[in-house]
Design a protein around this ligand. Structure first.
Ligand SMILES: [Zn+2]
Length: 428
């Protein structure tokens, strides 16, 4: 926070606080990077010396969370190319992706593996130091696979047996990562690694989670098969990605651990691989033949059941492939409503309050509530009526992170008194 940062008062906004109450007309005061007060009605909060943003009835909510983020995927269909691309070029593309998340209203992202070891950590630190714009970020390293179990060799770190798992986790620790990613099952598009393959052993998984937790890191897993989900749950994995083929036993285990674990299906990858990949040489017939249609069907049924059981399922996932380009992240929200049967309000809670929880900051992120970080988006439209308004960047007219506007709502602003609000210098 720069010392000149003025207090900001949002007036005439429809507040969706993610706390379970219906949206209400009110005012939100921001000071020192945090939400200072939230009031119903109009006119109660002080305006003197405060920058007033007249929301004109717009929808004010927490910034969004993408629970499965790859800054280092570069909108390319050439995954091996992510391994051979120069690290300098790659870093710039990661910075661009980070900015695109924030431009899209995402103020929280969970790193789900980086194509090169340090990309995520460097970008996270650059964001936190004010060098580049981007969301709050939990950084990962390259995903860890066992020999014969990598989805793409050139972007993977290998470990066989518990001792090597510990060593790779320690490498994540040394690099400053927040997370560890285990690539535990296959992925049909590889042509050779099937979604229901299982590569890890219990011993390897437990070694990785024990070492990670001992050093304060959390562990996520690429787990499409029922067995990889169960192995994740038997051995303390914190975040389960995909979970396409859960069976009854896996669902029971998820339910028993629902206060601890998060699931992020990354469903748009399945939808788009089936429907949008033809232009990139992967026609629907090929996707169907590979089993993606069957996987989508299973995944949708499984997630609907998870919702029924109160398991925290979060939007986000695998954007940055050619047919799931950066900037289209909110397609996930549509899938939550149209495929999983979440109400729009439940979807927004999953993308915000649960986002704060998966970020490890349930008392500071994801709600519009006094004391929380002022990470807010102002939406021209009603996502509760039409969730797809969040797919249109032009409808997200204001984006604030830590009390400062990344996207200034501009014309809706009524400065009450001359302030030095335009003096914020670019970061040198
Ligand atoms: Zn992924």
């Amino acid at each position: 926070m720069s010392p000149q940062t003025p207090q900001t008062l949002f007036t005439h906004v429809r507040v969706f606080d993610s706390g379970g109450t219906e949206p209400f007309d009110g005012e939100v005061l921001v000071a020192d990077g945090r939400i200072a007060e939230v009031r119903r009605g109009h006119g109660d909060l002080p305006r003197d010396g405060v920058r007033v943003v007249d929301g004109r009835g717009r929808f004010l909510m927490s910034g969004l969370c993408d629970a499965h983020t790859h800054f280092s995927w570069t909108n390319s269909a050439d995954l091996p190319g992510l391994g051979t691309m120069g690290v300098e070029e790659h870093t710039l593309l990661c910075a661009k992706a980070a900015r695109t998340y924030l431009d899209s209203g995402y103020t929280m992202c969970v790193g789900a593996a980086a194509a090169k070891p340090r990309l995520d950590v460097v970008i996270r630190d650059a964001i936190n130091n004010g060098l580049i714009p981007g969301p709050r970020y939990l950084a990962n390293c390259q995903e860890i696979a066992v020999t014969g179990g990598a989805l793409v060799d050139g972007i993977t770190a290998f470990a066989d047996g518990p001792e090597e798992m510990r060593k790779q986790v320690r490498r994540n620790v040394a690099m400053g990562a927040d997370l560890v990613k285990l690539s535990m099952s296959g992925e049909e598009i590889t042509g050779s690694q099937h979604a229901e393959d299982n590569y890890f052993s219990d011993e390897e998984t437990l070694a990785a989670t024990t070492e990670a937790h001992r050093r304060g890191l959390r562990v996520c897993s690429h787990a499409r098969s029922a067995e990889s989900v169960k192995m994740s749950l038997r051995n303390g994995v914190d975040i389960i990605y995909h979970a396409s083929y859960v069976d009854e036993e896996a669902l029971d285990m998820l339910e028993a651990q629902k206060d601890r674990v998060f699931v992020a299906p990354g469903i748009n990858w399945l939808v788009a691989t089936l429907h949008d990949a033809a232009a990139f040489g992967y026609p629907p017939e090929a996707a169907e033949a590979a089993g993606y249609g069957r996987e989508l069907e299973h995944a949708v049924a499984g997630i609907q059941e998870m919702r029924r059981r109160g398991i925290r399922v979060l939007p986000g996932g695998d954007y940055g492939f050619a047919w799931t380009p950066h900037g289209t992240y909110a397609r996930d929200l549509r899938h939550f409503v149209e495929l999983f049967g979440f109400t729009p309000a439940e979807t927004l809670v999953a993308a915000t309050r649960w986002g704060g929880e998966i970020m490890g900051a349930p008392d500071e992120l994801g709600l519009v509530k006094a004391g929380f970080h002022a990470d807010l988006i102002l939406v021209d439209g009603d996502p509760l009526r039409d969730i797809t308004v969040l797919e249109d960047q032009s409808r997200i007219t204001g984006i604030m992170k830590g009390g400062e506007f990344h996207k200034d709502p501009g014309a809706t602003t009524t400065p009450v008194r001359a302030r030095t609000r335009d003096t914020a210098a670019p970061v040198s």
